[in-house]
Write a protein that binds this ligand. Structure first.
Ligand SMILES: Nc1ncnc2c1ncn2[C@@H]1O[C@H](COP(=O)(O)OP(=O)(O)OP(=O)(O)O)[C@@H](O)[C@H]1O
Ligand SMILES: [Mg+2]
Length: 197
């Protein structure tokens, strides 16, 4: 008998995380290379400010993407907000940036107020995800950090394009969505560029 009951967010996270963690090092590096080419193809202007992330838990690796974006603009990385601990700040990232481990054991730029860039100063926000669907819904790791940080994104006069980046195996037909989930404008994988507008 097939189980037609939709998976809960928790069960979906578990199975999608297992799938991306099962990718071989060779598959990961090929995915990273292809993703970098895809991101270069959507960069419309020189001197773009692009938020990235350092991959963790089988997430698609942005190392080649970050190097490419740094050649022609500015790259920032998320930093846990020092006061709320529940929001993200974005700080410029170069080879000289001093890094530190945050409370989740993830490397992030050491807090430096002069290196913080506002959301409205970004052109692209590259967001990691656990799952996505072609409608632009995004399932993260479950912390709500991106959702909280982006809750008022549509009130900005200049807002970045929200780009979910992922392995192709992270796609599902239809994600369960909660009212606070902020949808993606674009999804980029090694083989697809999906515009949801
Ligand atoms: N705008 C918000 N304001 C307050 N709490 C929020 C907001 N958005 C999300 N949360 C809280 O965060 C929790 C986790 O949200 P959710 O399951 O959507 O995480 P996620 O999208 O997987 O994580 P992330 O955004 O870090 O990728 C929710 O239970 C909710 O209580
Ligand atoms: Mg969410």
């Amino acid at each position: 008998m097939t189980n037609t009951k939709p998976l809960t967010r928790r069960a979906l996270r578990q199975s999608l995380r297992a799938q991306r963690n099962a990718l071989s090092p060779g598959q990961q590096s090929e995915a990273a290379r292809l993703l970098s080419e895809q991101i270069q193809s959507i960069m419309t202007q020189p001197n773009s400010t692009v938020a990235g992330y350092l991959a963790n838990d089988g997430e698609i690796d942005l190392t080649p993407t970050i190097k490419g974006c740094q050649q022609n603009g500015v790259v920032t990385l998320p930093v846990l907000h020092p006061f709320t601990g529940k929001h993200l700040l974005f700080q410029t990232f170069t080879e000289q940036t001093e890094m530190t481990l945050n409370r989740f054991g993830i490397s992030e730029p050491a807090l430096n107020s002069t290196a913080i860039r506002l959301l409205s100063q970004h052109h692209l926000l590259l967001m990691p995800l656990v799952g996505f669907d072609a409608q632009g819904n995004r399932l993260g790791m479950g912390g709500g950090f991106y959702d909280r940080t982006l809750a008022n994104i549509n009130a900005l006069k200049n807002r970045p394009t929200l780009v979910g980046v992922a392995h192709d195996c992270q796609q599902v037909d239809e994600l369960p969505v909660e009212p606070w989930d902020v949808p993606l404008d674009l999804i980029v994988t090694p083989t697809q560029i999906i515009s949801t507008r």
